[in-house]
Design a protein around this ligand. Sequence first.
Ligand code: SF4
Ligand code: SF4
Length: 238
Amino acid sequence: MLEQKLEIRKLRTKLKQHMQEAVPDAHIDYCLTCGMCVSGCPASGIEDMDPRKFLRLLVLGQDEKLLETDWIYSCTMCQRCEYACPMKINVGRFVYELRGMRPKDKRPKNLQRSCDLQKESNSTGIPNDDFVWVVGDVLEEVRENEPEWADLQAPIDKKGAEFYLNQNAKEPTVEPEEMVPLWKILHVAGVDWTYSSKWWDGANYCLFSGDPEDWEKTVRNQAETVDALGVRYYINTE
Ligand code: SF4
Ligand code: SF4
């Protein structure tokens, strides 16, 4: 705990320097305070913050305010600010860095829990066997109740398929019927595709928690699964 406090105190004196080192082309000192970033930002005004104000706090060394504001979880990291900015300053990228600096026990609980679960398997924590069972069950139901879709497919671990699809874990967990429209589109298009029975979750909450090692692990696990299946194309549905 003491170590954590010392680390935060150290950061308070050098947040701008950290951003300049961590973010390529940070351009923090180029800000014209024109406010173009504010106009298109969906998080402007939330928590009494907007991207221009965020940047002024950074320039003026108000590190404590930046390290403590929960606005970083309202910023969607959409990069509209960068798109609008005449100096191409990407506030969302600084937000990502700040999220990663926040101690894990001070982050939004649901976000951190989803990331932690994802590192083990998937973001809702359902067993892989349940995913396989739900896909099979929903498929059977569609085939039975909709005769025109009697030959619909939802393959899992199909070796050598052309396309690999992942799946937002919320759907098999709470809205399994939401998986079906995509299966139908792929069927009509004649696409040869497959899910996998492990690392099948398309969401990556560790990206949003600001932990590069964790979200890389999630992507690597999935990429290795795709390679092991010998699939040619990887489609991330998220
Ligand atoms: S648009 Fe760019 S230059 Fe203008 S206030 Fe925002 S960050 Fe500064
Ligand atoms: S990245 Fe964040 S600050 Fe920039 S426009 Fe999107 S929500 Fe606003």
